[in-house]
Design a protein around this ligand. Structure first.
Ligand SMILES: C[S@@+](CC[C@H](N)C(=O)[O-])C[C@H]1O[C@@H](n2cnc3c(N)ncnc32)[C@H](O)[C@@H]1O
Length: 194
C-alpha cells in the first residue's frame, strides 16, 4: 500500500521536529530502542550538537550504538542505560526537542514497555528543561496492553498545562484499523516556567 505525504506516526513527529532543531542543538531521545530516532536526531544536530538517548535495555543501547557508529554519528550521542524518569539528572543545558516513541522494543521483549508513571515523570521534567520554542513529540501505541491507559494519563496531564505557556496538539489516522498509533506534540511557547 502506498503511504501518503504524512507517512506514519513517527514520520509525522520527525517532520515537526525537523522544523525546529538546528545544527549544534542539544536534544533528547527518551526511548532509543533500535536507534532510528536517535540517528534522525543526531543527523539534525550534527557533530557540534548533542543527543541524550535513554533506554532501560542493554539490547536497545547496543542496537543504537551500532546504528550510530555505522552512520558516523556516535560522537554527538550520549547513550544512557537508565529510566527516562531520571532524565533531569543526566541532561545538561536546554534541549530544543525531545522524542518519546513509547511502547516496547521492536523485535525484543514485548513485556518491557513504557508505563504511565515513569513517562509522566520524564515528560514533566522534560518540559521544564526544554528551551523556549522547543518541541516534545510523543507517539503512543494504544493497541498493546497498558498503551491506552498510558496515553490517557498523559493526555490528562497535558490538558491541564496553561495555554499561555504551552501549545499541545494531537494527531491521529482516523480511518486506520486496529488501534493505530497516536501523536501528540507540545511546543513551549516562551521562557515562562510552570
Ligand atoms: C518503541 S521503542 C522505541 C523506538 C526507538 N525510538 C527507535 O527508533 O527504534 C520503546 C523503547 O522504550 C524503552 N523503554 C521502556 N520503558 C522505558 C523507560 N522507563 N525509560 C527509558 N526507556 C524505556 C524500551 O526498552 C524500548 O526500547
Amino acid at each position: 500500500m502506498r503511504s501518503g505525504m504524512f507517512g506514519n506516526a513517527v514520520s509525522i513527529s520527525h517532520q515537526v521536529i525537523a522544523r525546529v532543531v538546528q545544527p549544534g542543538d542539544t536534544v533528547v531521545d527518551a526511548t532509543c530502542g533500535r536507534g532510528k530516532d536517535t540517528l534522525f536526531l543526531a543527523q539534525l544536530v550534527g557533530s557540534r550538537g548533542r543527543v541524550y538517548a535513554f533506554d532501560i535495555q542493554d539490547e536497545a543501547l547496543k542496537s543504537t550504538r551500532e546504528l550510530l557508529n555505522k552512520n558516523k554519528c556516535l560522537n554527538q550521542a550520549v547513550l544512557i542505560n537508565a529510566n527516562h524518569s531520571q532524565m533531569a539528572s543526566y541532561v545538561e543545558g536546554h534541549p530544543s526537542a525531545c522524542m518519546f516513541n513509547l511502547g516496547y522494543l521492536p523485535g525484543g521483549d514485548h513485556s518491557l514497555i513504557t508505563n504511565s508513571k515513569d513517562t509522566l515523570r520524564a515528560l514533566s521534567d522534560c518540559i521544564t528543561l526544554l528551551a523556549p520554542q522547543g518541541i516534545v513529540s510523543l507517539v503512543f501505541y494504544p493497541g498493546h496492553p497498558g498503551g491506552q491507559e498510558e496515553m490517557e494519563s498523559i493526555e490528562k496531564f497535558l490538558s491541564g498545562l496553561p495555554q499561555q505557556l504551552f501549545e499541545v496538539i494531537r494527531a491521529s489516522f482516523l480511518n486506520q484499523i486496529n488501534c493505530p498509533p497516536q501523536i501528540i506534540c507540545i511546543e513551549k511557547l516562551g521562557g515562562g516556567q510552570l
